[in-house]
Ligand binder design. Structure first.
Ligand code: ADP
Ligand code: MG
Length: 696
């Protein structure tokens, strides 16, 4: 680059004609600070002003250029005073309607004038009308040409008109030519390999598409020019996640070598052998732990695939090296479940397992905190209370986070802070049963390594799912009775539209009472989120010990509850839950060897979409297929939760629409990753100066 050429990202918008301090401020609201920003401020849509439409061919809703002779211009005194002009060409007549107009304007609109107008045709009392059309007088002897290109419509902000923005973008496009364009950061060979349109060509095209552009393709955002930009944007996001990952790695972590002694004793006392998939994933985890860079691994495994054992093995590897392991679950119930599992597994090995949750108070809390800080408890299980300020670890080597999707990326990153006392970052093992579709693991989760437990322990029978309308509630109740009389146990899950936990709990209470009347002789328990931890634990223990036949619950039992003898689950109003959540719930049954059933008791009428979603549940037990379907039906925002999508805002790309680009994006990111200046530039261009990820 010669010194006379300034990079477009360095030229502030104030350099453009007509942009003073006030305008600069307004543009900044749209995120437009430099000429490059303007070039990436792409039109929402386009108008075709390239052809003059015969008035006789106008249809309601058409946005069109018309041209004709003014035949009249009248003040109309209706409910609202307006100016109505009639315009005629060889094919017909149309009205132009103005509610706001000046006297000068009115006087200038003299019959006989030749006008060219642009506007949207709407039905009016006397035929089609154009409200407040743009219009211009045309000299008959030297008619002006029509526009040569499609007209862009830009996203606006207060105080910046469409005309103004069009003018600014046009200036930016001129500068683009003068300054030899935007810097192309994708190597030539790459562009060719993937047939990508050159960046400058793509940008110019999108601001000013030619007359014959495929408007439909543009509106679907599938045009090669749009795909080129989407590609680079996805690449920028991917690179920024890789960078985050690199930064994290560079901080170092304790190398926790597998010694194998605790592991052997642990495995020897387990009543089952690990599945092949568990062994493989444990190996992957073990290798990461032994490395001096912090592990950041996501273990995905369908409900019941046995992730907890893998977590326990990882914890042992930390303990054996003199480090602590923290196991965090999103709900108290799940944390308790882990606590009791870990105790049952680790105490026989002579290891103390500690417990920490928000509800642990007073002396018990301070004692637990002291044991954690003193390093007396090698393994600590709890809720997010584990990551409060006051909790200090002696030497934290491993953090296990269960059901990570509930926490969100931000919290995950916050976990890094803990345990620096141990010299470096703790390793992180993240477990989720909500399978994250591949498209998302490659974008939102690009900074994680992934392992998949793709096999269930032997002897599980798939859950048979049926859809039954609420009207047949009595039949369903009978079904519960029959199952329990045969010595089986059942869950009855209550859901409500309201997010309010209080209402959910009330509903569960009412349902439990009602069922108790209908099912005299059955032992019925109730568990919901508002109960004290000890109460909940007691009910869960009673259910597990088969002192209860039926457990009425809110969705608090969604994760982790493990009672193999429970073989029937009723879910009320399943249409209100996400598919992933339903799949989680359903995973509470089918844990033993008898055939299990899940009854989805929906409310009529079901929407088309509701029906389709529940059908997916009936047709498959495969969590990955369900997740893909969920993504298809609801989109990534809902599937990932707002926390995660909050940071995944794309200007051009769309994770679903551009899913096919992700494999290529990933490959390219790996090729470019070492080229720091290039990576910096791409990230800066798309994610802005702040580089958001670094700050979460
Ligand atoms: P999830 O992956 O849903 O968290 P869990 O770890 O809770 O699954 O395991 C579900 C149940 O399967 C538990 O009762 C656990 O003890 C049991 N389990 C785990 N691994 C095996 C295995 N290899 N063989 C038999 N049962 C297993
Ligand atoms: Mg689990």
């Amino acid at each position: 680059m010669t010194s006379a050429l300034r990079s477009l990202e360095q030229i502030p918008v104030s350099r453009l004609k007509g942009v003073g301090a006030a305008m600069s401020d307004k543009l900044a609201k749209l995120g437009l600070e430099t000429v490059q920003d303007l070039l990436f401020h792409l039109p929402l849509r386009y108008q075709d002003r390239t052809r003059i439409k015969p008035i006789g061919q106008l249809r309601p809703g058409d946005e069109a250029v018309i041209q004709g002779t003014l035949v009249s211009c009248d003040l109309v005194m209706g409910r609202r005073r307006s100016l109505r002009c009639r315009l005629r060409d060889a094919t017909g007549q149309v009205s132009l309607r103005f509610f706001h107009f000046s006297a000068a304007q009115k006087n200038a609109l003299k019959p006989g004038l030749e006008l060219r107008c642009f506007g949207e045709a709407r039905p009016g009392p006397g035929g089609l009308e154009l409200y407040h059309p743009e219009y211009r007088e045309i000299a008959q002897e030297a008619p002006e040409p029509t526009e040569q290109r499609l007209t862009p419509i830009y996203p606006l902000t207060e105080g910046v008109t469409q005309g103004r923005l069009r003018n600014l973008c046009a200036q930016a496009l001129e500068l683009q030519v003068q300054q030899c364009g935007l810097r192309e950061w994708l190597p030539e060979a790459l562009q060719q390999r993937f047939s990508l349109m050159p960046l400058n060509e793509a940008v110019t095209y999108l601001h000013h598409p030619p007359v014959d552009a495929d408007l439909h393709q543009l509106s679907e955002e599938r045009h090669p020019a749009q795909r080129r930009l989407a590609f680079e944007e996805l690449l920028a996001h991917h690179l920024s996640l890789l960078r985050l990952r690199q930064q994290q790695r560079s901080q170092g972590a304790p190398a926790l070598n597998a010694k194998g002694e605790l592991e052997q004793r642990f495995l020897a006392q387990l009543p089952f052998a690990l599945t092949k998939a568990q062994q493989r994933v444990y190996q992957e985890v073990g290798k990461d732990l032994a490395s001096p860079a912090p592990m950041l691994r996501l273990v995905q495994g369908d409900v019941g695939s046995g992730k907890t054992v893998v977590a326990a093995l990882a914890a042992l590897q930390a303990v054996e090296n003199g480090y602590q392991a923290a196991v965090m679950a999103p709900t108290e119930i799940l944390a308790e479940q882990h606590f009791s599992n870990f105790r049952a597994w680790l105490e026989p090995l002579g290891l103390t397992v500690d417990w920490l949750a928000g509800k642990l108070k007073g002396r018990k809390r301070s004692e637990a905190l002291a044991r954690i800080a003193g390093g007396e408890s090698p393994v600590v299980v709890g809720t997010h209370a584990l990551f409060q300020e006051e909790v200090k670890f002696h030497r934290l080597g491993l953090v296990v986070v269960d059901e990570q999707h509930r926490f969100g990326v931000h919290q995950r990153l916050a976990l890094r802070e803990k345990g620096e006392a141990g010299g470096g970052q703790p390793h992180q093992l993240i477990m989720t049963a909500t399978p994250i579709p591949r498209t998302l693991t490659m974008s939102a989760y690009a900074d994680l390594d992934c392992s998949i437990i793709d096999e269930l322990p032997p002897g599980r029978t798939p859950v048979n799912t049926v859809l039954i309308a609420d009207q047949r509630r009595d039949d369903v109740v009978e079904r519960v009775r029959a199952a329990c009389q045969q010595g089986r146990q059942a869950y009855w899950v209550c859901t409500l539209i309201e997010e309010s936990e209080a209402l959910q709990c009330q509903a569960a209470e009412a349902t439990a009472e009602h069922l108790a009347e209908q099912l005299k002789g059955l032992r019925i328990g109730l568990v919901h989120g508002r109960m004290k931890a000890a109460e909940k634990a007691a009910v869960m223990a009673a259910f597990k010990g088969h002192e209860l036949d039926l457990l009425v619950a809110t969705t608090v039992i969604e994760v982790g509850v493990d009672v193999p003898n429970a073989s029937l689950m009723i879910i009320e109003n399943p249409e209100r839950l996400g598919l992933a959540q339903l799949h989680q719930l359903r995973g509470r049954v089918g844990r033993g060897s008898v055939a299990s059933h899940c009854v989805l008791m929906y409310q009529n009428p079901l929407s088309q979409q509701g029906r389709e979603r529940l059908r997916v549940m009936r047709e498959t037990n495969d969590g990955f297929r369900i997740a893909e379907k969920d993504l298809e039906i609801r989109g990534p925002g809902e599937v990932l939760g707002t926390r995660q999508t909050g940071m995944m805002q794309f200007k051009v790309a769309d994770l679903e629409r551009d899913a096919d680009l992700l494999t290529r994006v990933k490959a390219v990111a790996q090729e470019l990753a070492e080229d720091t200046p290039r990576v910096d530039a791409i990230i800066r261009r798309w994610l802005g100066r702040g580089e958001r990820y670094a700050q979460v």
